[in-house]
Ligand binder design. Structure first.
Ligand code: NDP
Ligand code: HSE
Length: 432
């Protein structure tokens, strides 16, 4: 029998208890052993009792779990940085294998956790930390290990995907769509980490560390959220053949430089990620041998997330049954440079209000030209009070050059306002 010490019996923790119970016979056959939740550390005892944990199984302190020689695996589902970090380190130092779903912690303290796992020769698995129920960490580490990964592009936050989907379908503005997401329980009461892009940034930091074998932390990720996106941008983008998504993008170029960024982006309507709507997540991977693949599913929720946690537990039990451990440790054996956002070269959508009279377009085009920004498409909309709305799509251009051009334009009397600038992604990919 394999005994689990569970830290946290909230949404995901209680899902893990339920799933281990519901599929106990199948799980025992697949893993080769009976798996039981043996002891639980949880502030709110009622949450434990509600899922059938007996009162005597509820621990009084972390020591009750990490010092118990009967416990083989510690599953951390309390979330946050502390005390989760200390609890995991304590468990590893006592020779316990660890499973977690804690993206916040891995994105900032991954190095310390992997090193401690290595020193103590224990398994450290974290599939649920990215994409909830979607298998992506293990596939990158194992099934795709023969590839040089060229890019990983994810829709990694369900809340923002729901908001952008609603804005696109119904023309609602950001605040209305956010209120709806909160009413339906998709968005947290405090949705800051989601709408600011921080949640997706943590997840892409984890995925890029694995994909490129180089430690990427949260500080390395360029982050923009979705609060500045308007129904007008979505409508104009759609007219031009694009769909807006909050993308988490990680790429490695031929020189070994990595770019890691989270921001709203226009995707061509034919891109596979463009069809990922509502709260769903997806991860699009390109490897030099496998080509393009996409993993799709629920990025959060009690049972999808429990599915990933239980998968990790089963993998550890299989290891234990074959007298093996710490087989796949830290994959970051290189340190690759991170590209500054200034050096990024992509196409851009720009929406601005300008004076509507002869020569204005030529003046604007001149500023772009002087800064090496080449225009691909121009759309003019709704002239009122002698002002027009101008929508431009550029060719691929360096971000620094675009910013220089916009700085000049924003000081010109013919430019009323630069309303929005949104990067394009996936445009080099052919429709299939
Ligand atoms: P919950 O808040 O529902 O559960 C956490 C539980 O741990 C709560 O019951 C909490 O009690 C308890 N707890 C917190 N700190 C302590 C402590 N120091 N000692 C004892 N108990 C403690 O969170 P979730 O289940 O939603 O999330 C757990 C982890 O899974 C997080 O890392 C999260 O990021 C991750 N995750 C969650 C997903 C989801 O869909 N929910 C999806 C993917 C990952 P109290 O409420 O009293 O504070
Ligand atoms: N808040 C996240 C989301 C789920 O909306 O996708 C947990 O990572």
């Amino acid at each position: 029998m394999i005994r689990i010490g569970l830290l946290g019996c909230g949404t995901v923790g209680s899902g893990v208890v339920k799933l281990l119970e519901k599929n106990a016979a199948t799980i025992a056959q697949r893993s080769g052993d009976e798996i039981v939740v043996y002891r639980v550390l949880e502030r709110d005892r009622d949450k434990c009792l509600a899922v059938g944990i007996a009162p005597e199984q509820i621990a009084n302190s972390i020591e009750d779990i990490v010092n118990d020689p009967e416990i083989d695996i510690v599953v951390e589902l309390i979330g946050g940085i502390e005390p989760a970090r200390s609890y995991i380190l304590q468990a590893m130092r006592q020779g316990k294998h660890v499973v977690t779903a804690n993206k916040d912690l891995i994105a900032v303290s991954g190095k310390e956790l992997f090193e401690t796992a290595e020193e103590n020769q224990v398994d450290f698995y974290f599939e649920a930390s990215v994409g909830g129920g979607i298998p992506i960490v293990f596939p990158l580490k194992q099934s795709l290990a023969g590839n040089r990964i060229q890019q990983v592009i994810g829709i990694l936050n369900g809340t923002t995907n729901y908001i952008l989907t609603q804005m696109s379908r119904s023309g609602r503005d950001f605040n209305e769509a956010l209120a709806e997401a909160q009413a339906l329980g998709y968005a947290e009461a405090d949705p800051t980490a989601d709408v600011s892009g921080l949640d997706a940034a943590r997840k892409i930091a984890i995925l890029s560390s694995i994909a490129f074998n180089s430690r990427v932390t949260l500080d390395d990720v360029y982050v923009e959220g979705i609060t500045g996106i308007t129904p007008e941008d979505i409508r104009y983008g759609y007219e031009l053949g694009y769909v807006i998504k909050l993308l988490a993008i990680a790429k490695e170029d031929d020189s070994g430089q990595i770019q890691v960024r989270v921001h709203p982006a226009f995707l061509p309507v034919y891109h596979p990620l463009a069809a990922v709507n509502d709260v769903f997540n997806a991860v699009f991977v390109q490897g030099d041998a496998v080509g393009e693949i996409m993993h799709f599913g629920r990025g959060a929720g009690q049972m999808p997330t429990a599915s990933a946690v239980v998968g990790d537990i089963i993998e550890i039990v299989r290891n234990l049954n074959h007298n093996t451990k710490a087989r796949i440790g830290c994959t970051c054996y290189e340190q690759k440079p991170i590209m500054s956002i200034d050096e990024l070269e992509v196409e851009y959508y720009i929406r601005m209000r300008v004076t509507d009279r002869p020569g204005v377009l030529a003046g604007i085009a001149g500023v772009f030209g002087n800064n090496n920004v080449s225009i691909a498409t121009v759309l003019q909309k709704s002239s009122d009070n002698e002002m027009a709305e101008l929508i431009l799509i550029t060719h691929q251009v360096r971000e620094r050059s675009l910013r220089d051009a916009l700085a000049v334009l924003s000081g010109m009397s013919i430019v009323g306002q630069i309303n929005n600038v949104i990067r394009l992604e996936g445009t080099q990919r052919k429709a299939v």
